[in-house]
Design a protein around this ligand. Sequence first.
Ligand SMILES: [Zn+2]
Length: 86
Amino acid sequence: MIETLTETEVAALDTGKCPDCGSERLLEGPHGGMKVNIMCSGCGAKFNVVPGLAGSFGKERIGRPDAPSPNVKLTGSAQLNTLPKG
Ligand SMILES: [Zn+2]
């Protein structure tokens, strides 16, 4: 889901830092038009930015690190008593 960034988040990206965890290890991903996908190697947050352009123009959040995983983990610890008693 694409979200707009706050001023604080834009400022963090402009200084090359992840707005979420403060990491400076932002990995460059696929380019789309004038935008570049970047992903924080620290927390996994994903953003779109326009390289070399400071400010909020073109910047948006495209992924959150705490997004729920589609794969539900099954513990396998449940005991089903389906056998008839007797
Ligand atoms: Zn981060």
